[in-house]
Write a protein that binds this ligand. Structure first.
Ligand code: PRP
Ligand code: MG
Length: 180
């Protein structure tokens, strides 16, 4: 409902000049410190994504874990982590992706996704879309289908939604903040 979306949006603190001068940082730690807002967040994602026939939920390290894992439990689905390099113990595949400065790598267990999997990808925030583009590529390389990505926050002026749309991904976010 509009009320619960307002509760969620109001719980997200904005920190000016973090991590750099001029950046307005949208902070999900304040959301998680408010149990009503955290519960409303998971409930809203459940309402959006129940009955889609997903077989697995992926969350991307680290803030994607905070929303993806409780959502997976609430939907009764397996949770699969996508992690930063060197953290997963079984055989992995890797994807590099661009950061604002430099690049990073994400990994997934090879045996965590297969043909026939219909995957929902979850993260806290959509900015450039680079993190979720890499996540989607990992799932597809393993034969999984991914057509949906859900976020708590999106920053529509940065272009991530267009980047993911070009990959055939439908984006849903609980709240949007204008600007960069
Ligand atoms: C942040 C955020 C998203 C990503 C969004 O993660 O949690 O995952 O950036 O940016 P993008 O759309 O431009 O890729 P970060 O890499 O800071 O790491 P964390 O989740 O471990 O805090
Ligand atoms: Mg992240």
């Amino acid at each position: 409902s509009t009320d619960s979306l307002n509760v969620i949006k109001q719980s997200i603190q904005t920190i000016p000049d973090y991590p750099k001068p001029g950046i307005l940082f949208r902070d999900v730690t304040s959301l998680m410190e408010d149990p009503a807002a955290y519960q409303a967040t998971i409930d809203a994602l459940v309402a959006q994504y129940r009955d889609h026939g997903f077989t697995k939920v992926i969350g991307t390290e680290s803030r994607g874990f905070l929303f993806g894992a409780p959502l997976a439990l609430a939907l009764g689905l397996p949770f699969v982590p996508v992690r930063k390099p060197g953290k997963l113990p079984r055989a992995v595949i890797s994807e590099n992706y661009q950061l604002e400065y430099g690049e990073d790598t994400l990994e997934i267990h090879r045996d965590a996704i297969g043909e026939g999997d219909k995957v929902l990808v979850i993260d806290d925030l959509l900015a450039t879309g680079g993190t979720i583009e890499a996540t989607v590529k990992l799932v597809r390389r393993l034969g999984g289908t991914v057509e949906h990505a859900g976020f708590v926050i999106s920053l529509p002026d940065i272009g991530g939604e267009e980047k993911l749309a070009a990959l055939g991904i439908n984006v849903y976010s609980l709240c949007e903040f204008a600007g960069h």
